[in-house]
Write a protein of this length. Structure first.
Length: 178
């Protein structure tokens, strides 16, 4: 009997090492989230570039071009917000809680967005970004073929339907867990 107990100890030890290794591997995600922070810098540079271009041509462009330029700025802002949301919520859900005690400017949603909420917020952001692209297409309709416009609307509708289905599935699975 003692031989069986001694055989079981190494298995438990090995199992603990495997579990701790798997658990510690979540830190491999941290550089990815740092990379997303670097992506925010890229978006900031593009935003400033577009804003300067828009402001230098404000007197020489028509209303449609101005609206498209502003929509491009909104698009970049939404993309930046999406990156921040993924970065914070992903880090908190999959790596470690952010220790921001005493921080007055911590967003109210931080610490309250679980994976299901993150999926829905991501999808809503993607739909909003897609809607801006469709609006840009309609503002530029004279330069697009019917096929390009159809693809733009079709892709947007695929995002909308996917978002609705994701929300329905989340609601159904949420009710089954209650």
């Amino acid at each position: 009997m003692t031989d069986l107990k001694t055989l079981k100890v190494p298995h438990t030890f090995v199992e603990r090492i495997i579990e701790r290794t798997i658990f510690a591997s979540r830190w491999f995600l941290a550089p990815i989230y740092i990379g997303l922070a670097a992506g925010l810098v890229v978006l900031l540079i593009k935003f400033v570039q577009h804003a300067i271009e828009l402001s230098t041509h404000v007197l020489t462009t028509g209303g449609d071009a101005t609206i498209i330029g502003i929509l491009s700025l909104v698009d970049i802002a939404l993309m930046g917000s999406l990156v921040v949301m993924v970065m914070f919520a992903g880090y908190e859900n999959f790596v470690s809680k952010l220790d921001l005690a005493g921080s007055d400017d911590k967003p109210s949603w931080m610490g309250h967005v679980d994976f299901g909420d993150l999926k829905l917020k991501l999808m809503a952001s993607i739909v909003a970004i897609s809607a801006i692209h469709v609006l840009e297409s309609f503002m530029n309709i004279s330069h697009l073929s019917d096929r390009e416009l159809g693809w733009s609307v079709g892709i947007h509708m695929a995002f909308v339907v996917s978002g609705v289905l994701l929300a329905v599935m989340d609601r159904l699975t949420g009710k089954s867990h209650e």
